[in-house]
Every structure is written in C-alpha cells, then in structure tokens.
Design a protein around this ligand. Sequence first.
Ligand code: GDP
Length: 476
Amino acid sequence: SAGVPAAQILRILMAEGVMTTITAQIDPELTEFIAAELDLDVDFAQPETLEDRVLTALEDREDPAEDLVARAPVITFLGHVDHGKTSLLDKLIGIDVAGGESGGITQHIRAYQIDKDNKPIAFVDTPGHAAFTEMRARGANVTDIAVIVVAADDGVMPQTEEAISHAKAADVPIVVALNKCDLPGVDINRAMQGLAANDLLPSEWGGEVEVIKTSAMTGEGLDDLLDTLLTVAELHEYTANPNRPAIGACLESQQDSDRGVVTKVMVTNGTLRVGDIIVCGDAYGRVKAMYDPLDPKKRLTEALPSTPVNLTGLDTAPGAGERMYVLDDISQAREIAEARAHAERSDFLGATGYQQVTLENLFDRLEGAEEVQTLNLIIRADVRGSIEAIEKELEKLDHPEVRLRILQKGVGGITEGDIVLAEASDAIVIAFNVVPDDKARARASEVGVQIRRYGVIYKITDELRSAMEGMLKPEQ
Ligand code: GDP
C-alpha cells in the first residue's frame, strides 16, 4: 500500500536475514526499518475504532456561534455531613427528603431544574465530594458552580476542607452558603475565619467569595443565594447549542421493576428527544420515555441543555459519570456498546495510552511541553505541623517549567477519596508517616495513581527536584 513493489521489500528483508512472504504481517520495528531503507514516511497510527471515530467526532464538533444560547447553570452542593446540603436543596425545590419522607434517598444523586424569576437553575446533588470527583474522573463535568455548605454553628470542618479542595480541583467558581444562621449564638466571624484560612476570602472582607447567610429551616437567605448563583452564571456566560444531537452524562441508573432501566441523565449540550438513539457507557437503546425528576409522572418529549431527566429505553444500566451520545444508527450504537462491554477498563486505559503522572515519568512529560506545567500534589501527613513544614520546603522549590500545586492536604491515612481526586486531577500523593488504607491502596494500583511514602521532609524536596530535572532513578 506504500506504492512500492513487494519484491523490493522482500529483497530488503532477505538482505537482513528475515524470511517472509508477500502476505505476512510485519511488525512495526521492521516496517520502520524498511521505510528508512526506502526513504518513506510511515504513519503508525493505530487503526481507529468505531467508538473513537464516531464519539470523538461528536465530542469535537464545534457549535457555530449563532447557534449558542444561554443555558441554566448547573449547581452542586458540597460540604461536611449534616451541615444542611439536603435540607437546602429540599427547601429550594419544595420537597422534604432530609425530613425522611422518602427515607434513604440522600444516598442517590438528585438533579432538578427550578426557575427563579423565570430564569432556570439546575441542581445536581451528589452524596459526597468523592462521588462528585468520581463523576469528573469519568468525564462527566456537569457542575458549573459549587456551593460549599458550612453550618455556622460548626464552622469549617475537615470534610469542608476536602469539599473545598475538590471544588477547586474542578476549577469551578465557588459560592458559600453559611447555613443554620437561625440557630441562636452562632459565631459567624469564626466560620468566616475558617473560610479565609482555606483561601476563600469572603467578599465582605474584601475577598472574591460570596458568602450567603442561609437557613434551610426558615428559608432565610435562599432568594439571595439563588440571585448570587444567577449573577455568577451571568458573569461566566454558560451557553449551549440546542440545535444539535444531545450529549449528556449519566448521573445514576437502576433497574426499576415496572419500567425497566431508568437512567438519570443531565443533558449538557444539544436537545434530547423521545425516540433518539443513544449510547452511554456499555448501554444503548432508543429513548422510550422521559420524566421530569421533580414530578416522576410528568412525561417530557424533549430536554434542552442543563435539563436533568429520568429516561427509559437503555438495555442495561450504565455507570454514574458515563457520557451519553445521540447517534443516527442503532446498529452503530449497539456495536459501540458491545465493544465497550467487552473491553476491560484496564485494556481501555492501555489502548488510549493514558498514564497517570509519576515522579519517574514527570520529566518526559515536561519535555516538549510549551508552557509551564503544573504538578498536582495531594499531601497526607501524621500531624498538622508536618504539613506546614512540607509546604514551606516545597515553596523553596523553584523550577522554570514546573509549578507545584497542592490540591489537598490533610492529617491522617490516605483514603479512597484522595485517590479519586488524584486520578481525576492527574496528581501524585505524598504520604508523610502515613499509609493508605486497603481501599485506597487497591484503587491506586488499579488506576495507576502514584503514592510516594516519606519519613523525612528533605527527601520529598530532593526527589521532586530530581524528578523535575529528569534525574530520578527508577524505584527499586
Ligand atoms: P446534609 O448531611 O448536609 O445533607 O445535612 P441535612 O440537610 O441532612 O441536615 C442535617 C441536620 O441539620 C438535619 O437535622 C436538619 O434538619 C438540620 N438543618 C439543616 N439545615 C438547617 C438550618 O438551616 N437550621 C437548623 N436549625 N437546622 C438545620
């Protein structure tokens, strides 16, 4: 196919002592050798899969500027347990889940769209920041703005700090709801100090973070919160193109005894219609019916961008965070879904050639990069003093091409949540006198997140410096 007579190639090979036939497959190394002999350029691109070809095209499709319209911002609540995430969302949409009416539902991902003065706002509520980042790791970046909920009586707690790290790693604007302000004797100043200490300087104090005092109990501040979210949204001009086949993300999916597989999907771009052929993870099908999550009996015929829907019609339940695409050909959808069902996740990672960052491969990544690169770190240590000392040492590390960014830091062993964050953000975990728990260890080796364990501080900076300079010896 290179336009060279086969006999000529065979001659080269025979000269090299390789016996072959005209129809035999030749390995890439030999091909390269032959190409060099013949002065030809060869393209070693792997044959594209149907999935690559079809879905990448949909993903890369550019929306003409004239088709773009404003869409509702998608908001996610994050925060320490019991600080009032569920109650706030309940109050905003006018149903009572926190009160236990529909007991246990808070384990699920909730998604709704409401109107404030005729302006739509969408909410996606995940059961915790690990779930939030897990979805992001799978490619579902549905959140536009994160609301960090902090109970005014408790202030900033360790899980609040983690929530802040996860929101920052997602690179979305942050608004704070200082909740439970109805409680007598709450110390607002102390809570604000906690926020400031985590780089969220309240606008009242001259910073850039809007802190809204709320009460899910009395409803105080909720209008203010919605107005603030709409203002932030206006500033960021979130747009989408309703005139294209839909793209979305599965928020959750389960088998329902009456309706079959019911999948909660957030439409992120385009318009989704009943009858559309969809593929989502290893599931495919035709959208049979769509329901409004706020009113499960209300059927919808179409869903615009930023609209969450419960849909039926998929053959099996896709995982949370899987991207959803509309295709024109059902046999193509089936083929892609089946290929995905067969491919092991590890194979998939291997096939795409993606490798998490490690100290050993850091230098190779830096080479050839045009801009200053960021090395993301997650730091876990035995005591707070160690974290401070490590941070101080890291500040001294100055490299023209690498910027260090601490995504998360905390006292205690490495958790699965840390690994999920590291995976989603391509980070290295620095463990100082602590170890990962079993789940974290298993997850880290499954997804290839590197955990570096240290017992002395200067070793950390030494190794980081060597890694940046490409001088790090492979681990024994
Ligand atoms: P989540 O774990 O963050 O979702 O917190 P929940 O919404 O379940 O709330 C935890 C507890 O705090 C519940 O008993 C709520 O009734 C209570 N709560 C939530 N918001 C407020 C509030 O604004 N004021 C008061 N007084 N209690 C609240």
